[in-house]
Write a protein that binds this ligand. Sequence first.
Ligand SMILES: [Fe+2]
Length: 341
Amino acid sequence: MKSRLLLRPFLAALSVISLTGAISAAELTLYTQRHYEFDEKLHQLFTERTGIKVVVVKAAAEELMTRLQSEGDRTPADLFLTADGAGLARAKQAGLLQPLPDPAIAAKVEPHLKDEAHHWVGLTMRARVIYYSPDRVKAGELSTYEALAEPQWRARVVARSSSNAYNQSLLASLIAANGPEKAQAWATAVRANMARPPQGSDRDQIRAVASGLADVALANTYYLGLLATSEDAKDREAAAKVKVFYPNQDGRGTHINISGAGIVKASKKAEQASQFLAFLLSDEVQGMIAENTFEYPVTKTAKRSELQQSWGEFKADALPFSTLGEKNAEAVRLFDASGWE
Ligand SMILES: [Fe+2]
């Protein structure tokens, strides 16, 4: 009698084990360059909804691509995510990605934010803008990225190192627009205009303008949202002291970039991987991203957050990410030659 009573909970426990065993068998492995805390919450939500566990391997895009190449068919990776469209274009070029099994999931994504053969799709968008101090700079003094090379900005500019993909894609866009010679001259002159040698993160450039160390900075839009909503009061104060300027509005438009993903060629889970991308592209999740990481939505149907709307509308440079990918090596070379560390 006693033993039979004990057996029942034991059997119940067994069935729970087999159930969770079945759930954890369905998992997706992401090789990702993204570094935002909010991503973990999105992964948890995806797991709650689908039962598919998300395993994350975080590293620099270069390192992840090298890994994908050396692992070949034995790679555990199902998805490759970057915070730079040029990296996705290069991964496609290297034959590391497969087309989406169902291109319809990317139908809502703006055409210039996805690969035409659906080897990758943008998930979030960002603009690389000029931040300025309204106390020391009038918006009317600002115009283009090119104009930051002028002598009036001597010792007033800050930017991070040229080893950063965001800066490399910006320089690639200047090579595409103006040719390599002018692009190199631009990098040399902007480096000469810096208030300090390139260092720190995008956030540190915004902080430098807020503290008075510099008057203008190059950095991505969402970092202002992250500072403005930070738990650190100093960061909230810094965010309040700078303004966003969208360069090149009278010409080709402001340089934008995407964070996006492609399904790894060797993955046998293309269907689940596609389900994950469809989840990230839903209006619900695109809206959550706009409110939490402050990256812009990539779909025509999702709304920008109020904070994003307060930064104003802008025209984006429509240069294809494949061109940024093709010009990446040249951008790295020109940065080296320019002395921008
Ligand atoms: Fe970033």
